[in-house]
Design a protein around this ligand. Structure first.
Ligand SMILES: Cc1cc2nc3c(=O)[nH]c(=O)nc-3n(C[C@H](O)[C@H](O)[C@H](O)COP(=O)(O)O)c2cc1C
Length: 190
């Protein structure tokens, strides 16, 4: 762990423990919530972005086709897309997108699995973000056409994961507490 010239703690070495690295999976799942207020001034280091994308790269996918591409948006590009919608002051977006060249696995019964694959990869990113002390929020309501034009994308954006350090007023919404449990959640077929 190093102290940067600004006095902020910078995690530089790949082996450095992340702020929440002592959290087990239960705690990470517990700590994650949709953060809708980020500290816009605090940027995410390139090293952290790499760690987040490494988490996505480890996710399973049907037939291991990994039928997605991630458009990582920071800095001036982020300022441009912020004119299109509110990203809650995030410092980075990881946009999960599909590539026409790779439709992913489609079963003999016609089931398409690429949305599922993308969700798994981005959930890994969301949990890694929690481990790194970052907040995250999935954003499905995207202005697709405008986003493609602004970023000159050749891929098809599906969903964004907004990322950043939670602002002082960040808190889970009431929705966060509404969880299905027991028979409402599952049926056991013994
Ligand atoms: C596929 C998907 C799309 C979502 N789209 C949005 C969105 O456009 N805007 C938003 O503020 N939250 C969005 N969310 C966040 C959900 O509202 C949130 O996950 C849900 O209310 C549960 O709250 P929690 O994440 O705090 O547990 C989305 C979540 C998912 C999984």
């Amino acid at each position: 762990m190093n102290k940067s010239h600004t006095g902020a703690t910078a995690w530089t070495a790949a082996s450095s423990p992340a702020p929440n690295s002592i959290l087990n999976l239960d705690r990470l799942l517990e700590e994650r919530y949709s953060c809708r207020s980020f500290d816009h001034q605090r940027t995410i280091s390139p090293h952290y972005l790499e760690l987040l994308l490494n988490a996505a790269a480890k996710a399973p996918s049907a037939c291991n086709l990994q039928p997605y591409h991630f458009e990582v948006v920071t800095g001036k590009s982020l300022a441009r897309v912020e004119r299109l919608r509110n990203f809650y002051g995030a410092s980075a977006l990881i946009i999960g997108a599909f590539d026409a060249q790779n439709p992913g696995y489609v079963s003999a019964q016609g089931q398409e699995f690429r949305l599922f694959d993308l969700g798994l990869a981005l959930m890994a990113v969301a949990l890694k973000a929690t481990e790194l002390g970052l907040g995250s929020c999935f954003i499905g309501s995207l202005p697709i056409k405008e986003l493609k034009a602004t970023l000159k994308l050749t891929t098809e954006p599906i969903i964004a994961l907004a990322l950043g350090y939670p602002a002082a007023d960040a808190a889970p919404s009431e929705n966060h507490e509404l969880r299905r449990t027991g028979a409402e959640l599952y049926t056991l077929h013994d």
